[in-house]
Design a protein. Structure first.
Length: 247
């Protein structure tokens, strides 16, 4: 069954106003009167709804659904600005794997440089990708995308997290394997966890030290060195296995 995210509060009768959503519902999927879909409002609760009027794009809510597929912890993935379309790839795949936020920042060894205008357009594009991936994977929430114009802005946001983990290549090379397992074993439902990843060139020792002053811990992600767009997917898979699949 098709699922759509709707801005605002759930009401017994709701009119869909977002043009892209309306187009997909009534032109692509050709919804007609009495067809049923799942609508998810700002509260993250899924509700079964039926088309009451296809011309006015009005739905009537039928019932709340118990389906809850969010990770038990809130995971933010933060990456140094990568090259090409890797953020687009990450917006889709980290959403499918349960991330609550996707962040990116200008790392010391990032090759790309984006001004505020470029960042604004990029965020808009990535948010649409996250929305589509959240609908496809039947999420209860759409991840938020935030791109920081400076590393200082990124650093200023780190105090909100319960746990900060740096995926550091040198830790992986040294065979470090315990920190990630220990951090997840100590986590509680609802915790805010941040994973920091470098761009293609990795994270510089100076910025790793900056993150550590904010309470971050270096972790290895297994014995193999992964690409910038692969490591976040590995981390989210580990979180799911540790906190969902073994419960």
């Amino acid at each position: 069954m098709q699922q759509y995210f709707v801005k605002g509060e759930a009401k017994s009768s709701v009119v869909i106003e977002d043009k892209d959503t309306v187009k997909h519902m009534f032109q692509v999927m050709r919804l007609a009167k009495d067809d049923q879909v799942v609508l998810v409002f700002d509260d993250g609760i899924k509700r079964l709804a039926r088309v009451a009027d296809e011309n006015d794009h009005r739905f009537e809510l039928i019932e709340e659904l118990p389906d809850q597929v969010e990770l038990p912890v809130n995971v933010t993935i933060a990456c140094g600005f990568p090259k090409g379309d890797k953020l687009e790839f990450l917006a889709q795949k980290t959403t499918e794997l349960g991330a609550s936020q996707l962040w990116a920042f200008p790392a010391d060894w990032s090759v790309v440089k984006w001004d505020s205008k470029k960042i604004a357009k990029k965020v808009e594009k990535l948010q649409k990708i996250a929305l589509g991936a959240a609908e496809q994977s039947k999420r209860n929430r759409v991840p938020e995308v935030n791109l920081f114009a400076s590393k200082a802005e990124f650093l200023a946001m780190l105090n909100q997290f319960d746990t900060i983990l740096i995926a550091y290549e040198e830790s992986a090379k040294a065979g470090e394997r315990a920190t990630l397992v220990e951090a997840l074993s100590k986590s509680s439902n609802g915790d805010q966890i941040l994973f920091i990843f470098g761009p293609e060139g990795g994270l510089s020792p100076d910025e790793v030290a900056q993150f550590e002053t904010k309470g971050a811990h270096k972790v290895g992600l297994g014995p193999r060195i992964m690409r910038a767009e692969t490591a976040p997917l590995y981390a989210l898979s580990v979180v799911s296995f540790a906190l969902e699949m073994q419960q």
